[in-house]
Design a protein around this ligand. Structure first.
Ligand code: NAG
Ligand code: NAG
Ligand code: NAG
Ligand code: NAG
Length: 294
């Protein structure tokens, strides 16, 4: 990508969360949309400030990795014909791999802009695969996003037949796709999930601005919600990471998911939906914990 297209992507990233809505529009936002919008919940910061800090952090990670010649890169590997059906692999692929899905409520975001976990991942002896997927726009629905996630993971399982230790991770809507891919692919080489500030139960999104942007129907919401029992019997180590300065519905959903000991919940009271991601660039503890190498 050229630096020109980067700035377009960054400028349009995560429209619901970053859109420079006027204050007036903000207060008109319906309550359920607000309860699911992470940029509304960082005390003392405007939504624009929250998003600009996040973009600065993820851009720094991307620029730094691109200019670091000591890191092996295998970029833009296609797993399907569509523009976003590509995966970028960082690091030397041996026996350990973390596959990661970016967030953006299924309509925004980019596999080049979720790379803050890379240094911690490489330092843990894992390679990192940032998985692109077709976004839910116009002729694609949420089921199509899930189907890309599954295809992408199956592609890497075949491409690297010798890797026996695979973890899948994701941020926000990417955590939803990570869980869906893991339980649908259901391969014993997949050993764990690292789920950062995920959204899992989708029915309450129907009728919100977030749901409307993907024409989310009750049927699509039910079909694509994550049933925690689906990973029972898979021997997956599941770690859920969530900040305290987070959209209340996302905190609620993470707490709900781990009920019945269906995962470990790691809570970080001082982190937001976004600083949870940017923090990892320098602080390797979350990734190391999730990968079981701490
Ligand atoms: C390049 O990446 C390696 C491995 O993550 C890291 O140890 C090194 O500090 C990086 N170099 C620069 C200049 O950022
Ligand atoms: C949602 O539905 C409308 C009308 O049926 C259609 O024009 C639009 O393209 C759809 N949007 C998405 C994201 O599917
Ligand atoms: C979602 O899209 C796929 C194909 O793009 C289609 O087969 C499926 O029927 C759609 N699902 C719903 C519930 O509209
Ligand atoms: C997998 O391991 C076998 C045996 O070590 C080796 O011959 C083969 O080239 C490896 N395959 C790949 C795709 O790395």
């Amino acid at each position: 990508m050229t630096s020109f297209s980067h700035s377009i992507i960054l400028a349009s990233c995560f429209i619901f969360l970053s859109n420079s809505k006027s204050e007036e529009e903000f207060y008109k936002m319906d309550e359920m949309t607000r309860l699911f919008s992470p940029s509304c919940w960082v005390p003392g910061k405007s939504r624009d400030e929250v998003m600009n800090e996040f973009f600065a952090g993820i851009r720094e990670a991307y620029d730094s990795l691109m200019s670091n010649d000591t890191i092996q890169k295998d970029l833009d590997i296609p797993y399907g014909p569509d523009e976003n059906q590509k995966v970028d692999v960082y690091g030397d692929v041996k026996d350990n791999l973390l596959i990661f899905f970016h967030g953006g409520y299924w309509v925004e975001g980019d596999r080049k802009y979720c790379l803050t976990p890379v240094p911690a991942t490489l330092d843990s002896g894992f390679a990192f695969a940032s998985m692109g997927y077709g976004l839910a726009t116009n002729d694609r629905n949420l089921s199509d996003c899930v189907s890309d996630a599954v295809k992408g993971v199956e592609f890497l399982l075949q491409k690297y037949p010798n890797i026996s230790n695979i973890y899948i991770g994701g941020h926000s809507a990417g955590a939803h796709l990570a869980f869906q891919a893991a339980v649908k692919v259901r391969n014993p080489r997949i050993k764990g999930l690292l789920l950062f500030a995920g959204v899992y139960f989708l029915e309450e999104l129907v009728g919100t601005e977030i749901g409307n942007a993907i024409n989310l129907t009750i049927d699509q919401a039910k079909l694509n919600s994550c049933d925690p029992t689906l990973s029972d019997g898979m021997f997956l180590m599941k770690t859920f990471f969530v900040g305290g300065l987070e959209a209340p519905k996302l905190i609620e959903q993470n707490v709900e998911f781990v009920k019945g000991r269906r995962g470990i919940l790691k809570q970080f009271p001082h982190l937001s939906h976004y600083t949870l991601m940017t923090q990892m660039w320098n602080d390797y503890s979350m990734i190391k914990y999730g990968l079981g190498v701490e």
